[in-house]
Design a protein around this ligand. Structure first.
Ligand SMILES: NC(=O)c1ccc[n+]([C@@H]2O[C@H](COP(=O)([O-])OP(=O)(O)OC[C@H]3O[C@@H](n4cnc5c(N)ncnc54)[C@H](OP(=O)(O)O)[C@@H]3O)[C@@H](O)[C@H]2O)c1
Length: 470
């Protein structure tokens, strides 16, 4: 693709695609669009016209028509579900495009697929960009956070458009080229992993207030609204307060009370954990959140479990201050674990990810945007012992101040029978990292005992064996 901005197209006018298309048009760019179902394309044309945005819009009947009829050079954004639909669109496009053209996958693709597709598309002489877009429908419409993977030259071609449509934090675009091929999609995946953890942590604190302290959803919503003015300020805390104070129109009950407690997931949280484990990492808070969604799906089993095991949730004397500090500590740990996965991937794949920049582009537009991210980017730009966010002076100080509350809240919750898998997993990580000597000496001894695996003797040789082999 040339450095001049190519003619733009977008295929897939669902929730995200249509919002992103309106954003692009709204920002003065001409756009060609198509969708699998023609009626949806027509609906989009009407929506754009109603907003006075159809002047620069060209509508096509199919992906092939779009590729054939629009002028080159072409940059075609795909906004279709991850997986086969992306491969099918690429296979259809390759014979129709020419070397100056680019295909941009803006969905939540698995970064392994993006790496593979980069090889296929670039092998055919075209440009491929894997682009993570965060912010949901509203973000896509008014400014998402955009994480780009591809060659620097490919990014140069779309940068003016990307930076224009992206969210702005104090005037700076929340978009960046993060590395080659799958880097953008990987960072987006980890963003979602952190999102899973943050949501679960918030839900656990809600549960303690609700089922331990006996507060109503509206009362808890008011607490979250208050927290949104302080260190916990964030999109997720803000929407939690709105959700908890909302009333169901049909029944007049709190909206949250008419929702089945069975959570869905599309894969990015799970992928975060899988990739972490593959690289020898453990993002315990994220794992706990993914696991909690999985367990939540077993509604019938949990209903039986309550009867068989006699599930009891005792009363809790929970102070607002302790709960706030506990959530803050756990949120810091969840972010830190996310960045540890990014660091491992950066090393594994040779991406040289810029962690400060990643924190910066998450400060606006995306789902995990929060007041903490500004401090996180500052921490990554200064001294950080062992590259660990939890050891950066500003965060170590914050953790020292908040961990006691996390410990009190988690201990009280566990003692009273409240499930807090993510809060306790966060604490388990920090307590492990705060001990110079742990207990894996015994694990090593066991491994040597049953499998002659050997161990490293303190101050001595690796491959030593215990007296059980004498
Ligand atoms: N929703 C979010 O908050 C969010 C946030 C960030 C990223 N994403 C990602 O963005 C992508 C799109 O998500 P969405 O929420 O916009 O989905 P959506 O509302 O379900 O829309 C899906 C779009 O893809 C098209 N499509 C589905 N299957 C197709 C196929 N086999 N071949 C061609 N087109 C197909 C649909 O066309 P028809 O009209 O013909 O059905 C529709 O235009 C996904 O990768 C998603 O993970 C979503």
């Amino acid at each position: 693709m040339s450095e001049a901005l190519a003619h733009l197209a977008l295929y897939g006018l669902g929730t995200m695609g249509s919002a992103l298309a309106l954003n692009i048009l709204d920002n003065g760019f001409a756009l060609h669009v198509a969708n699998r179902t023609a009626s949806v394309t027509e609906g989009f044309r009407s929506e754009a016209a109603a907003s006075g945005l159809d002047g620069r819009l060209s509508v096509h009947g199919s992906l092939a028509d779009l590729a054939r009829d629009m002028p080159a050079p072409r940059a075609i954004i795909l906004m279709v579900p991850a997986g086969d639909p992306v491969d099918a669109a690429i296979a259809e496009l390759i014979p129709l495009l020419s070397p100056a053209d680019a295909i941009i996958d803006a969905g939540n693709s698995d970064f392994h697929d993006t790496r593979r597709r980069t090889g296929t598309v670039e092998g055919a002489g075209l440009t491929y960009i894997g682009m993570g877009v965060s912010g949901g429908e509203d973000g896509a419409r008014h400014g998402p956070s955009i994480m780009v993977g591809g060659t620097p030259a490919a990014y140069a071609g779309i940068r003016p458009m990307i930076e224009t449509i992206a969210a702005k934090f104090e005037g700076a675009p929340c978009a960046a080229h993060l590395g080659p091929d799958g880097a953008g999609h990987f960072v987006k995946t980890v963003h979602n992993g952190i999102e899973y953890a943050d949501m679960q942590l918030i839900a656990e604190i809600y549960g303690l207030f609700r089922y331990g302290a006996g507060k109503s959803p509206a009362e808890i919503g008011a607490i979250f609204a208050e927290w949104d003015k302080g260190a916990l300020k964030s999109y997720l805390v803000e929407i939690t307060s709105k959700v908890l104070t909302a009333t169901d129109r049909e029944t007049g009950k709190p909206a949250v009370d008419v929702i089945l407690d069975r959570a869905g997931q599309k894969g990015t949280g799970r992928w975060t954990v899988i990739e972490a484990l593959t690289m020898g990492q453990s993002a315990s808070a994220i794992e706990a959140a993914v696991g909690a969604r999985g367990w939540s799906a077993e509604k019938e089993a949990r209903m039986a479990g309550e009867a068989i095991l006699g599930g009891v949730r005792g009363p809790l004397a929970l102070t607002h201050g302790d709960a706030e500090q506990a959530l803050l500590a756990a949120r810091i740990i969840a972010y830190a674990q996310g960045f540890r996965i990014l660091a491992a991937a950066s090393e594994t794949y040779g991406w040289a990810l810029d962690f400060a920049r990643i924190a910066e582009i998450w400060r606006a537009g995306c789902i995990i945007r929060s007041a903490l991210l500004d401090d996180i980017s500052a921490a990554f730009r200064s001294d950080m012992p062992h590259g660990q966010l939890i050891f950066a002076p500003a965060f170590a100080k914050r953790l020292q101040a908040t961990i006691p509350a996390l410990r009190r809240v988690t201990a009280a919750a566990i003692a009273a029978g409240h499930p807090v898998p993510a809060l306790s997993a966060s604490l388990g990580f920090i307590d492990t990292m705060a001990q110079a000597r742990g207990t894996t000496d015994l694990v090593q001894a066991q491994r040597d005992f049953f499998g002659r695996h050997g161990f490293e003797r303190i101050g001595g040789a690796a491959g030593s064996h215990g007296p059980w082999w004498d």
